[in-house]
Write a protein that binds this ligand. Structure first.
Ligand code: MTE
Ligand code: MO
Length: 333
């Protein structure tokens, strides 16, 4: 069991920053032999952070949407510029500022998203159909990364449940498996293992069917009123706000209903650190850092101190706690 008792002084005066946790996550990859001198070279030879002003060539477009019951939150929104410039998307580089830069030429149209597997009515959505088949609504959710930083993001999207229902799952459909596009020509991290952090691509994720059908579970096609920028997972990505961010898989091409628990990317890489469930839980620490608190990214510097307590299920217990009744969440982390 990974539950540790919290010493209150431990984190209040913490010297732990995202930077150290991030380095620590990379250390595992290093131990596995994936991050070395060439990774640093690959990172350092890139042209810096000026992209935001000068290099943003990808065009997003305004979307029509309706408000939802999930827009009334007490949290302050994370500024759009931070949402689209501080990203985890290892296909475009394992550093936070790399995806925004290296994904600018990513082609999202044409696109095909297949809904398949244990269903009676498999179907495919092309690029335009991603925006026209379901009613798009706005939902403001907290996003809590396993690295102990968080954001508050106004997503646009629709319920995964509606997509799954349309495909008519059969009785063998117990889990849902997701897959990101595999296209090393466009995604440099997929062909350069130093840039891509040693992950085996394509990136894959999974949910239990009842988690997938939960009202909170969103397929997002936009944020801040517009289509998604590539660094945030264009044209369509998952958002499961009560789970650590790595469950929210980006740039999805396949949603497959399956009978057995699917493999997932970070769990394959370090199973003792990243579980299948990955529910946000302040009482179950990561083996190498505490999950009791997090740094909320608002305005202010990238590594500015803005530490808040992490909430069980990221504050969405009312909606999701029932899914895990009777489960030992220290074991099923
Ligand atoms: N395909 C893919 N999906 C991914 C990732 C990734 O590297 N590849 N990173 C995950 C992680 S660790 C987080 S925290 C979120 C970050 O989403 P954001 O950049 O839109 O904030 O995306 C998740 N989805
Ligand atoms: Mo993350």
């Amino acid at each position: 069991m990974l539950i540790k008792s919290k010493k209150s002084s431990e984190f209040l005066e913490s010297q732990v920053t995202d930077e150290t946790i991030y380095q620590s996550r990379r250390k595992v990859l290093k131990q596995l032999g994936f991050v070395g001198a060439s990774a640093l070279l690959a990172g350092n030879s890139l042209p810096g952070k000026a992209w935001a002003e000068s290099n943003s060539t990808f065009k997003t477009s305004a979307l029509n949407f309706k408000k939802s019951e999930y827009t009334n939150v007490p949290d302050k929104l994370t500024p759009e510029q931070k949402v689209i410039s501080h990203n985890n998307f290892y296909e475009f580089g394992a550093k936070k500022d790399q995806p925004a830069e290296l994904a600018q030429h990513f082609k999202v149209d044409p696109w095909q998203l297949k809904i398949t597997g244990e269903v009676d009515k498999p179907f495919t959505l092309d690029y335009d159909e991603l925006f026209s088949s379901f009613t798009i609504e706005e939902r403001i959710y907290r996003l809590r990364c396993v690295e102990a930083w968080s954001m508050v993001i106004p997503w646009l999207g629709f319920r995964l449940a509606d997509v799954i229902k349309k495909a008519q799952p059969n009785s063998k459909a117990k889990y849902v498996a997701f897959k990101t596009l595999h296209d090393p020509k466009q995604m440099p991290g997929q062909s350069n293992r130093y840039l891509g952090g040693g992950i085996q691509y394509p990136y894959i994720e999974g949910l239990r069917i009842d988690e997938a059908m939960n009202d909170l579970t969103l397929l997002s096609v936009g944020l801040y009123g517009k289509t998604l920028p590539p660094q945030n997972g264009a044209p369509i990505r998952l958002v499961t706000p009560w789970k650590y961010g790595f469950k929210s898989i980006k740039s999805i091409i396949e949603i497959k209903l399956v009978e057995k628990m699917p493999k997932t990317t970070w769990n394959k890489l370090a199973p003792n650190e990243y579980g299948f469930y990955a529910n946000v839980n302040p009482d179950v620490d990561h083996p190498r850092w505490s999950q009791a608190s997090e740094r909320r990214i608002t305005s202010g510097g990238l590594f500015a101190r803005n530490r808040i307590e992490t909430q069980m299920f990221n504050g969405y217990g009312e909606e999701v706690a029932d899914l895990y009744k009777g489960m030992n969440l220290g074991k099923y982390y």
